[in-house]
Design a protein around this ligand. Structure first.
Ligand code: MG
Ligand code: MG
Length: 256
């Protein structure tokens, strides 16, 4: 599969998309509270998209696994939902673990990022799960450099999960990003080091570890989108779009 390598100038052109995605996720984190409806959070993101003149990657998204088109601009995955949560008429409750996943096109370039948080009073175990998922993302970003391969990114995520006794699901993972949300590279959340596509300057990838408390099995919600843990345990999901350079990686969607 041919992978588009972006020039440093193209990576610079992509920065506004990354900044905007970070801005929206920050606004969502600030707005999310006990009693806030998921539909209102989707509306907030939609309004920000309109004001910015950006384009949602989700609203018309209709992949083979989904009950498409998605129809919303934001994924809201609450508690045992972990991926692709379709916003619905639900008010967040005290202690809910919610993940927001958001991708848009700005000036012709896509960035994609996700964050997990707890609303109201945090449960210690849930906060731990979020922290471990973030640790996996950080470990993966640390090897997002020339000299490593996609398998090293995968392995870094898998190793953190294993170290903490978590199961690792490889069905949904990261991907390359550019003019479209999903480029030619798939990045499973576990794999073999020194295998797969070599990371070179200009490779831009979305890295997205997610873990469930007590299972690695998932089930599809009847809504045809939302992916839940098979055993009802809660999940966390974090994601950044990262550009590989000849120096340090650039976290395009870093929040201030
Ligand atoms: Mg995403
Ligand atoms: Mg993604």
């Amino acid at each position: 599969m041919a992978i588009d390598l972006l020039t440093p100038a193209q990576i610079d052109e992509m920065r506004p998309a990354g900044r905007f995605v970070a801005e929206v996720l920050t606004a969502l984190q600030e707005a999310a509270d006990v009693g806030v409806n998921l539909l209102d959070l989707d509306a907030l993101a939609h309004e920000m998209i309109r004001e910015r003149g950006a384009e949602s990657c989700y609203i018309d998204y209709a992949p083979s696994f989904g009950n498409g088109p998605f129809g919303k601009v934001l994924c809201t995955s609450v508690n045992d939902a972990v991926l692709h949560g379709l916003p619905h008429d639900y008010r967040l409750a005290d202690g809910d673990l919610v993940s927001f996943d958001f991708a848009v096109t700005v000036d012709g370039w896509v960035c994609d990022s996700a964050v997990s948080m707890i609303v109201g009073t945090p449960d210690e175990k849930d906060q731990w799960l979020i922290d471990v998922t973030q640790e996996a993302l950080d470990a993966a970003i640390a090897v997002a450099r020339p000299g490593f391969k996609i398998g090293d990114i995968s392995r870094a995520i898998g190793d953190v999960g294993r170290k903490h006794g978590l199961g690792i699901n490889k069905q949904f993972g990261g991907h390359s990003v550019g003019r479209t949300m999903h480029g030619g590279l798939h990045i499973p959340n576990d794999g073999r080091p020194k295998r797969g596509y070599p990371l070179k300057p200009g490779v831009v990838i979305a890295i997205e570890p997610w873990f469930l408390h007590t299972t690695d099995e998932i089930v599809m919600d009847p809504d045809g989108w939302t992916i839940r843990s098979a055993d009802g345990s809660r999940g966390a999901h974090v994601e950044h779009t990262v550009a590989i350079t000849d120096g340090d990686p650039i976290v395009m969607t870093a929040r201030g």
